[in-house]
Unconditional design. Structure first.
Length: 331
């Protein structure tokens, strides 16, 4: 049975984020979240053109990697994982969906119809598909026909103005298994405040069409209490959190946790070690720098410690600094 129908609601999902939500970070987030407040993960978006290309395939495949240890933790905690693909050619979407279904252990496939970045929009992909409703439906249909996995869509409310009613009814015509709505237009990027009233409009559209497609709301959730307030007020089937994880890696816990320095250091060490085991020789260690701020904060001396970590030239050095700081607490 399609997991979107039976998964526990409200759904709490970690958003797909390029160069952030790889298998390593997803496992770390899961390991520090409570089982009732994180039950879905999305992988970074992967280009269908890349997957279709004999050389490109090797270059983009790291985005789809799922470590066995991540899979094991997901099974233990009952968390689902969804791959996300983007492009503009229905045939390549079908190819990518088949490839992912046959070679990976994803529970579902999501189509990106939301990314507003100029270089992607210029390729008539992602949020730009809102301008091309027929092509958008064709892409959903072609993807669905190529896989037995459920196919969902992550999108925005419009291009320059909200056109939630018209656009969401168009998407629903193609019968996706779920929709995540980031309640901003393409033009709003992530700068203007998210407008949650648009989630209510989308839900009304779905209900008026007598459909039960789960609808997840996304945009500007920065605390678990806010997530719960949004669920109570707007009644989505779930919420998705993206940048909130940078402010607080422990965001998927209720009640909100106060995290001690010791746990922060240990989490950084776990992340660094898993990163090394997974990506050594494949990804530069500087990718890790964006994570120091989320773990190493909110205790006296955290800014100085962060500067030291930023200047560390190797992962060994990062681990040595973090371990000696941790040992100095334990003494
Ligand atoms: C660094 C970064 C990378 C992102 N990459 C993706 C992506 O690969 N696919 C996608 O659908 N959205 C991507 N997004 C958008 C987020 O998934 C999310 O929709 C957006 O940040 C709004 O949610 P928030 O306000 O909770 O952050 C990205 C956002 C950020 C900040």
């Amino acid at each position: 049975m399609n997991f979107w129908q039976y998964i526990r609601k409200p759904i709490y999902a970690l958003a797909p984020m390029e160069d952030v939500t790889d298998t390593v970070f997803r496992e770390i987030v899961m390991s520090i979240s409570d089982d009732n407040h994180l039950n879905m993960l999305f992988a970074e978006f992967t280009s269908v053109d890349g997957l279709f290309h004999p050389i490109g395939k090797d270059k983009v495949s790291h985005r789809l990697k799922i470590n066995p240890s991540e899979m094991e933790l997901m099974k233990k905690k009952g968390v689902k994982i969804v791959a996300q693909i983007w492009g503009n050619d229905p045939e390549k979407f079908a190819y990518a969906a088949k490839h992912i279904t046959e070679n990976y252990d994803y529970d579902g496939i999501d189509i990106n119809m939301g990314c507003p970045i100029r270089k992607i929009v210029h390729q008539v992909a992602c949020s730009e598909l809102i301008r091309f409703p027929d092509l958008a439906r064709e892409i959903i249909q072609a993807t669905k026909e190529a896989t037995h996995l459920p196919v969902s869509v992550k999108t925005r409310t419009g291009i320059k103005e909200h056109q939630t009613e018209k656009w969401i009814s168009n998407v629903l015509q193609a019968k996706p298994d779920a929709i995540t709505l980031h309640c901003r237009t393409q033009k709003m990027l992530s700068e203007k405040p998210a407008e949650w009233e648009q989630i209510r409009i989308a839900i009304d559209v779905r209900n008026s069409l007598s459909q039960t497609t789960p609808l997840i709301g996304n945009g500007d959730i920065f605390t678990i209490d806010d997530a719960q307030m949004k669920i109570d007020e707007y009644k989505p089937d779930g919420v998705m959190i993206g940048r909130g994880i940078f402010r607080n890696a422990w965001i998927f816990n209720s009640p909100q946790k106060v995290v001690a320095k010791q746990e922060r250091l240990q989490t950084l060490i776990n992340h660094t070690e898993l990163f090394r085991k997974t990506w050594e020789n494949q990804k530069s260690h500087s990718i890790l720098k964006k994570f120091y701020k989320i773990y190493i904060s909110e205790f006296p001396g955290s800014a100085e410690l962060r500067s030291k970590l930023m200047a560390a030239p190797t992962l060994d050095e990062v681990l040595s600094i973090a371990n000696s700081e941790l040992n100095s607490i334990e003494i």
